[in-house]
Design a protein around this ligand. Structure first.
Ligand SMILES: Cc1cc2nc3c(=O)[nH]c(=O)nc-3n(C[C@H](O)[C@H](O)[C@H](O)COP(=O)(O)O)c2cc1C
Ligand code: SF4
Length: 492
């Protein structure tokens, strides 16, 4: 089924139509008839997190823009994005965006780097966000701000070309990043040096004034890859104890060297095998529907963390429950749960009606993807209720985000609702919801995926269709040309 064959939520005139669609799809999701304003809304309830009190239940997910300068310092565009996050009204800024703990761990040459040289600039970035929040709301009380720390692992491209640093050979993923020998595999000594970099970066984040750091374990990047290092020998692979050693050593180091700094983890709670566009349906300008890459020849193999070993197109959350319990024991104070990876199964990670240029047509109604993530969080919340959990994949709900978010929080499916793409197109949606105002329908993210297609074509990310800053930029013309070239049969 192609994108156009899935119901367009944007055309739904009432929440009843959304409910009907959920019934048609056989999906159970909490969904209220009316969006409540503060103080009655469950979204307006404060929550204790990272030793502070967040004023409400909205979070902004980390959203990078591929727009730092060559040294990894923030540019004007980065400042603008962070200030808009500050003005959003969301009380929890989960990480801002991915900041590499050292230059060779960047996923692109324009990713932020938290180095000694950039510390002052990154401190100013946090201050700009907090000041923007203060100017909008008269106080920054109840605002909690973290920084996401990352190493891109097998997706490292510090100079643009792939420069993978992986933890094990993967039968399906190696080809995608050009890994042909064990030379790309980090040794245990390399890992130990990297742990020092995380601890150093966390101390720097504390000096910058961040309330917490997120030790990123999602989306196929290095932290996440540790969790699936089933075949790796040595201290950091094999048993779950070994696969979590990296996290435990980073957390212990941060506790010792940066006491008082909050520690969170953004986690891909489950993952599946990589997907590819169905060959027979693909034609110039038309991406085939996503199908699982042929994994049978590699069986038996554990392809991913949180993935059913026998049926790797299904999740298995048993190790995830164990991991969350371990996290509680070692002092991880909250998790932000996401899924999959934007590189090899984007429909799992960020449900969208329109695929990014390196993706595939949605193999399912994107509402199924939203529900998959929401149900996973609900399940994990039941098993590990003490862990505060932020949920992901709500942007696809579009004008009905408020209806679903408040019901999900009230019914205990999740503690905090995070917004990713919506925060690019319509950052002040949380404020409008809490104030009981009608939404600006023209600013609602319709999941056109230009914010992903742009960086896949070497351009900065941003909401090109709906945000004037990008719509009227010179890069918009380049993006349009890149999309035309794709339609004409050029490289995807
Ligand atoms: C342009 C773009 C940049 C992103 N950058 C990051 C990032 O730096 N760190 C991260 O953990 N996730 C990142 N994500 C994933 C989002 O945080 C979020 O998980 C995803 O968009 C799904 O949430 P949504 O449905 O609200 O958009 C990015 C997503 C997009 C579209
Ligand atoms: S480009 Fe804008 S509308 Fe499209 S997915 Fe990104 S934020 Fe949403």
């Amino acid at each position: 089924m192609s994108a156009t064959e899935h119901a367009k939520i944007g055309s739904f005139r009432s929440v009843g139509q959304l409910r009907d669609r959920l019934v048609d799809l056989g999906i159970e999701l909490p969904c209220d008839s009316e969006v409540l304003p503060a103080p009655d809304s469950p979204m307006a309830q404060p929550i204790n997190i990272f030793g502070r009190q967040a004023r409400n239940r909205f979070a902004i997910h980390p959203m990078e823009g591929w727009d730092a300068d060559a040294s990894g310092s923030p540019t004007k565009r980065v400042f603008r994005r962070w200030m808009r996050f500050g003005q959003s009204g969301a009380a929890l800024i989960w990480g801002g965006e991915a900041a590499a703990v050292r230059p060779d761990g960047r996923a692109n040459p324009n990713q932020l780097v938290l180095s000694e040289a950039n510390e002052t600039e990154i401190k100013s970035l946090r201050t700009a966000l907090v000041d923007a929040h203060d100017a909008e709301f008269g106080s920054s009380g109840g605002l909690v701000v973290g920084l996401q720390l990352t190493h891109s692992g097998r997706y490292s491209r510090p100079q643009g070309a792939p420069a993978p640093a992986a933890l094990y050979r993967h039968p399906l993923l190696d080809d995608r990043v050009g890994i042909t020998s064990d030379a790309a595999i980090m040794s245990d000594d390399d890992v130990r040096l990297l742990i020092r970099d995380y601890i150093r970066a966390a101390r720097a984040a504390q000096r910058c004034g961040f309330d917490f750091v997120d030790i990123k374990h999602c989306h196929g990047y290095l932290g996440h890859e540790f969790l699936s290092a089933y075949t790796r020998p040595g201290d950091y692979g094999g048993s779950l104890q070994n696969r979590t050693r990296f996290l435990r050593e980073v957390v212990t180091g941060i506790r010792a060297d940066a006491p008082g700094l909050g520690i969170g983890v953004r986690l891909s709670a489950f993952d599946l095998v990589p997907y590819v566009p169905e060959n027979e349906q693909s034609a110039p300008g038309k991406l085939g529907e996503g199908v699982p890459q042929n994994y049978c020849d590699a069986m038996p193999y554990r392809f991913a963390f949180g993935c059913d070993q026998e049926m790797p197109v299904q999740m298995d959350l048993s190790e995830t429950v164990e991991l969350l319990r371990t996290m509680l024991q070692i002092g991880v104070e909250a998790v932000n749960l996401t899924a999959g990876s934007p590189y090899y199964n984007p429909h799992i990670q960020r449900p969208a009606l329109y695929p990014p240029s390196d993706g595939y047509s949605p193999p399912e109604d994107p509402l199924v993807g939203v529900a998959r993530q929401m149900h996973a969080v609900r399940f994990l919340k039941q098993y590990v209720p003490e862990m505060p959990m932020v949920g992901t994949a709500y942007s696809y709900l579009q004008q009905f985000v408020g209806h679903v978010a408040q019901a999900a929080v009230r019914e205990g499916w999740v503690d905090i609702v995070g917004l990713g793409r919506m925060a690019l197109s319509y950052p002040t949606l949380p404020t409008d919801i809490l104030a009981g105002r009608a939404l600006h329908v023209k600013r609602v993210c319709r999941t056109f995926s230009d914010c992903t297609t742009a960086p896949r074509n070497g351009l900065p990310s941003g909401c090109y269709p709906l945000d004037e800053e990008y719509k009227s930029s010179s890069e918009a013309k380049l993006l349009a040309a890149a999309k035309r070239a794709t339609k004409a049969g050029g490289a995807l």
